[in-house]
Design a protein around this ligand. Structure first.
Ligand code: SF4
Length: 312
């Protein structure tokens, strides 16, 4: 199946997935946390998979079955592997844009030193690039790239693409316990993310069964630290911790509002008090949410923050 969904996505609203890589997973990485499993077919060679016409017709048929309420906000290339390995990706993006729906691509960014890959991605409206590490050692440790891909090429491709792309560029950083979560690792990562100047830097953790069974999500304190570090470096940062917080403000249901907001970013104590006041609630509700492990109270730089408890 080429198209699937739409699935709800905090980043993209209603997103209709487009899998442009046929059959088994083909990727230039074998990330330790990959939810598709280990990479058995490594590649850094672009090749033809589906023709753009086949992709177009499948998406067209899919869209025609959806009600007007179900129509997607984005058509998103999120492949069974790395979507930029598809040599006809650019043509497929152009065809899909005929539906007048914005097109998104989620890429591992390993192929960006190839000018044709960059040209293809520049046709999209929204691109997410993976930045899990800012130094070669940790990049190899977490992403386990195909031998033909060098860290230097990855860096230069990222830099070049960030200057050429005029759509919305975001980054995604996965935090894995004891792999890329030390303070100095995060300092290197934030430098690289900053070089790309994303609209939003997303921080996530593995929440589905990973390719390497021993992989664990980074600790809550580290997630909070990473968020603060990214923010202090001027990055608009959001968390994706396995549930889709909405960050939409006040719905009248104070408990739901607090949980939603804490899912997107840690909330500082003074801001939390403001939220409680606006929602006509008080510290009893806050204490109950902490006591029942919906949210955690963490200290950073002598200030209290509240964060959604992803382990609950
Ligand atoms: S880049 Fe994506 S598909 Fe490829 S191994 Fe990593 S997580 Fe899996």
């Amino acid at each position: 199946m080429i198209s699937f969904g739409p699935v709800p996505s905090r980043r993209l609203g209603k997103s209709l997935g487009v899998n442009n890589i046929t059959a088994n997973k083909i990727c230039s990485y074998s990330c330790v946390y990959c939810q598709v499993g280990l990479t058995h077919k490594f590649s850094a060679e672009r090749q033809e998979f589906y023709s753009p016409d086949v992709i177009y017709k499948e998406v067209q048929a899919h869209l025609s079955k959806l009600t007007s309420d179900e129509q997607p906000d984005y058509l998103t290339f999120v492949a069974n592997g790395e979507p930029t390995l598809d040599i006809r990706l650019g043509e497929s993006i152009s065809r899909l844009k005929e539906f007048q729906i914005p097109v998104a691509v989620i890429t591992n960014a390993s192929m960006l030193s190839d000018v044709q890959v960059r040209e293809s991605l520049c046709l999209a409206d929204w691109v997410s690039v993976k930045i899990d590490a800012g130094d070669e050692l940790h990049w190899k440790k977490i992403n386990r790239p195909f031998k033909q891909i060098t860290f230097q090429n990855y860096l230069s491709g990222l830099k070049q693409f960030s200057t050429e792309f005029t759509g919305k560029l975001v980054t995604e950083t996965m935090l894995v316990k004891d792999v890329n979560d030390k303070v100095e690792d995060l300092e290197n990562t934030v430098k690289l993310v900053n070089m790309v100047m994303p609209s939003v830097a997303y921080i996530s953790i593995p929440t589905r069964p990973p390719a390497v069974k021993t992989v664990l999500a980074a600790d809550n304190e580290i997630i909070n630290y990473a968020y603060q570090l990214f923010t202090e470096n001027g990055l608009k940062t959001e968390l994706i911790l396995g549930f889709e917080g909405t960050d939409t403000g006040f719905t009248g249901n104070a408990a739901e509002d607090i949980i939603n907001m804490c899912s997107v970013h840690p909330i500082r104590e003074d801001t939390m008090q403001e939220i409680l006041r606006k929602d006509n609630a008080d510290n009893t509700l806050l204490d109950t949410l902490v006591f029942n492990n919906y949210i955690l109270k963490l200290n950073y730089n002598s200030k209290n923050f509240y964060l959604r408890n992803f382990r609950r």
